[in-house]
Write a new protein. Structure first.
Length: 454
């Protein structure tokens, strides 16, 4: 990607009544003015103007109108990319849109790569890397929960949290660096070790909390997995059909009808739930059914919520349960709950919504695997710092007890290594927002998943 050239792309999905073509780069104004009656160089910034796209007609040998358009003009640095930018709103004809892009390319534009507009925004300091990734998440959001998380990140939620952690880490680092500068004075300390330990533990707890939120964020992003488990014929498939509102699973009185897991999704309370109807769990010699039962147990172990179904006289299935799973027990074919007729279904849906991870405007929830991996590495680096500080306290106690002039702090706590782990922690957190030099390969990998035009 070359930031010195001018790029263009269709920014709207084809097939609509209108289409928007985006142009960004140093020659955006002159290129658009060459094919449009609007003179972008001479109009005020952040304004919209009516005009015509014109093209040369070989028959009449004159410029003729191609389309009536609205042209929005944005001057650097006050644009999405930070560059001179233009957005042309045309009629949605595929011919018109393709022809306008062709005319732009004839004047010196090139077609933008996926995510190149947002990459330029990042490179020009309009967004940090986590905000740029939030743009893609916002476009891909499928429910209120994922939309809210993406908006929070786009507004700088993660950036703000990491900035606070950075300030605390820099304070910790500066104190230890000072001690390194005065390492000849073995009894000189610029901060009490217990205070440093308290600060390090506080920072690590915050990093761990952010990393732990990835499990909830990933579930909200991809759909909260809900396994429906129980003995055969207790109404699992009927319940799935009732929840999704269609005949998604085969319902039969014959035991063992469901041999494999069946999935479908619905939205409840702005959250996507991914329901998994599993094979009935019972003792059987049927090898095919046994395979289905094994898959049922595996699906239940992966699920965040388990709907444990039974009916009067039938015991609940005995399956392994994790501590962090939510179990909702349902006794079907009773006065309170009848999946076939929808009795008690609204109450069950509310219980599912209540069991879903909660988000608010003040929450910072990690949904990006790259962010989670960086936080995990930062935690590992900081753990070594905490272990080093603990060793420092131990060595000081031993030194006081031995009163030996040969026993120094550095014999048990190499300050240069401890300071290096702190620097690694800072660098690792900076990878999330792109606060340090980010390899081009990493940038290409991030932005290649964006849609063209964004």
């Amino acid at each position: 990607m070359n930031g010195n050239d001018t790029i263009c792309a269709l920014a709207t999905a084809p097939g609509g009544a209108l289409g928007i073509i985006r142009i960004s780069g140093p020659n955006a104004f002159s290129i658009v003015s060459a094919i449009c009656s609007v003179r972008c160089d001479s109009v005020a910034a952040n304004t919209v103007h009516y005009g015509h796209i014109v093209e040369y007609d070989a028959v009449s040998q004159h410029q003729v109108p191609l389309d009536e358009v609205l042209v929005a003009v944005f001057r650097s640095p006050h644009s999405y990319t930070g560059e001179d930018s233009v957005e042309i709103s045309c009629h949605g004809s595929r011919y018109i849109l393709n022809r306008v892009i062709e005319l732009l390319c004839q004047q010196g534009c090139r077609m933008a790569n996926p995510g190149e507009f947002t990459m330029r925004a990042y490179l020009n300091g309009k967004l940090d890397l986590s905000q740029a990734e939030a743009v893609a998440d916002l476009i891909a959001s499928t429910n209120k929960a994922t939309h809210d998380i993406a908006m929070s990140q786009l507004r700088g939620g993660i950036s703000t949290e990491l900035s606070r952690l950075r300030e605390q880490l820099l304070r910790l680092t500066s104190l230890l660096e000072l001690e390194l500068d005065f390492s000849d004075h073995e009894d000189l300390e610029f901060a009490d070790r217990s205070e440093l330990m308290e600060l390090a533990l506080k920072i690590d707890a915050h990093i761990t909390h952010l990393a732990d939120s990835f499990h909830a964020g990933n579930a909200l992003k991809n759909g909260i997995p809900v396994a429906i488990v129980g003995a055969p014929n207790v109404g699992k498939s009927t319940l799935l059909n009732a929840l999704v509102g269609e005949e998604r699973a085969i319902v039969s009185d014959i035991q063992g009808t469901t041999r494999d897991a069946i999935e479908d999704t619905i939205q409840l309370g702005g959250v996507t739930f991914r329901f998994i109807d599993t094979a009935g769990i019972r003792h059987t010699d049927d090898q095919i059914e046994l395979m289905g039962i094994d898959r049922s147990i595996a699906a239940a172990q992966r699920a965040q919520i388990i709907l444990m179904m039974t009916e009067p006289g039938v015991p609940y299935p005995d399956i392994p349960i994790r501590d962090n799973q939510t179990i909702i027990r349902i006794e079907n074919k009773t006065e309170a709950f009848q999946a076939k007729f929808g009795v008690g279904l609204d109450n069950l849906k509310q219980r599912l919504v209540d069991a879903a991870p909660k988000t608010s405007d003040s929450d910072v929830i990690i949904t990006n695997a790259r962010h989670y991996e960086a936080l995990t590495r930062a935690h590992s680096h900081l753990q070594r710092v905490i272990e080093g500080l603990a060793a420092s306290d131990s060595s000081k106690a031993d030194r006081r007890a031995s009163d030996s002039s040969l026993f120094t702090l550095h014999s048990s706590l190499p300050l240069d290594l401890l300071a290096e782990d702190l620097r690694l922690t800072l660098d690792t957190l900076a990878e999330i927002t792109g606060g340090q030099i980010t390899p081009q390969e990493t940038l290409n990998n991030i932005f290649k998943h964006f849609c063209v035009g964004k």
